[in-house]
Write a protein that binds this ligand. Structure first.
Ligand SMILES: Nc1ncnc2c1ncn2[C@@H]1O[C@H](COP(=O)(O)OP(=O)(O)OP(=O)(O)O)[C@@H](O)[C@H]1O
Length: 325
């Protein structure tokens, strides 16, 4: 795959100023009596990646569909470049790139026909060859969509999302089904778009992807934002852990300030906000007492722990809001 050759051209849009590219205020979405999105708010600025995380059914796609202009909110407001993506769809569409969770492109069309057809609906599309080269599909122009592999279809979806040089890009699980190499290429495409000033909102189940790409993350649970902040801030809401197995006859562990002992001997788990201090106390004690700490593991707080804590309904302390850029 090649990378984006040019950054998105600076065109005037519904709003060309310096404000947030995406503004979501108290968004609600309902299916009958069931409220899938329960009052979420966030902003995404030009040149920023915002990741919405959450377990299956947390409400990510339901929220994104409002940003994409495909559904109306049941409460709250969404603005893309200052305009309502549902009511002002015609104004927003030239500046918005969308990658749906599943696109359902007609299988009878070839890759080239698909891109050319899509390009005809856009005001300033990339050339077809460039769009396909971006996602590593040069040479697949004459292949019918139905004959593509799952990963190739995903890359074609992405080529279509980038085709109009969007100022706002909404990506619903962009790398699901991609092999590790293609995933990394998608990451670099997203980074290049961001360097050109595009604002990106994405969902993913790959926490590594969120850590790699996102400037800020919100973790949804049952339609509400459980945690929001920069990846490191979110991880820091959780304690670091030290795990080991004590041998028979080991003396009692020394008291270490700020350490919570979670497991019982012989399998011990320590939780701490200061991993270095805990290890500085533990290791000399083990050496002095001739204690071999079996299977010793020390792990810093992680985004995964924070994700699981929100998914489990734990109520971690939310990090203070990050200053907007
Ligand atoms: N058309 C619909 N009618 C009724 N309920 C729906 C509809 N679409 C979604 N839901 C429900 O709304 C909730 C949120 O679904 P949504 O697809 O937004 O979750 P998600 O976080 O995107 O999940 P996933 O990670 O599986 O894509 C789920 O309980 C789902 O069953």
């Amino acid at each position: 795959m090649t990378t984006v050759q040019d950054s998105p051209r600076r065109r005037s849009g519904p709003r060309a100023g310096d404000g947030p590219a995406v503004e979501v205020v108290d968004l609600r979405r309902r299916y009958g009596d069931f409220e899938a999105v329960r009052g979420i708010s966030f902003e995404v600025h030009p040149g920023e990646v915002f990741a919405l995380l959450g377990v299956n059914g947390a409400g990510k796609t339901s929220a994104l569909e409002v940003l994409e202009g495909l559904a109306r909110p049941d409460g709250g407001t969404v603005r893309i470049l200052g305009a309502d993506p549902g009511r002002d769809r015609a104004a927003v569409r030239p500046y918005l790139g969308v990658l749906l969770q599943s696109s359902g492109l007609p299988g009878d069309l070839t890759v080239g026909e698909t891109v050319r057809t899509w390009a005809r609906t856009l005001t300033d599309p990339r050339p077809v060859d460039e769009a396909l080269a971006q996602v590593g599909m040069t040479g697949r122009t004459d292949v019918r969509v139905r004959s593509l592999s799952g990963g190739e279809r995903r890359r074609l979806d992405l080529a279509l999302a980038l085709l109009g040089r969007p100022r706002v890009l909404v990506l619903d699980e962009p790398t699901t089904g991609l092999d590790p190499e293609s995933r990394r290429t998608v990451w670099s495409l997203v980074r290049e778009m961001v360097r050109g000033g595009t604002a990106v909102v994405l969902t993913t189940h790959h926490l590594e992807e969120a850590e790699e790409l996102a400037d800020r993350i919100a973790i949804l649970r049952a339609g509400c934002i459980g945690l929001e902040g920069r990846p490191a801030e979110i991880a820091a809401t959780q304690p670091a852990t030290v795990r080991f197995v004590l041998p028979d006859g080991a003396p009692p562990l020394p008291p270490v300030p700020g350490v919570e002992v979670v497991g019982a001997a012989p399998r011990v788990e320590l939780h701490t906000r200061d991993l270095q201090a805990a290890l500085t106390a533990l290791l000399p004690w083990a050496a002095e007492n001739g204690v071999a700490l079996g299977g010793l593991q020390a792990r810093s707080a992680s985004l995964e722990q924070a994700f699981l804590a929100v998914a489990d309904g734990a109520s971690p302390t939310a990090p203070s809001p990050s200053p907007s850029r």
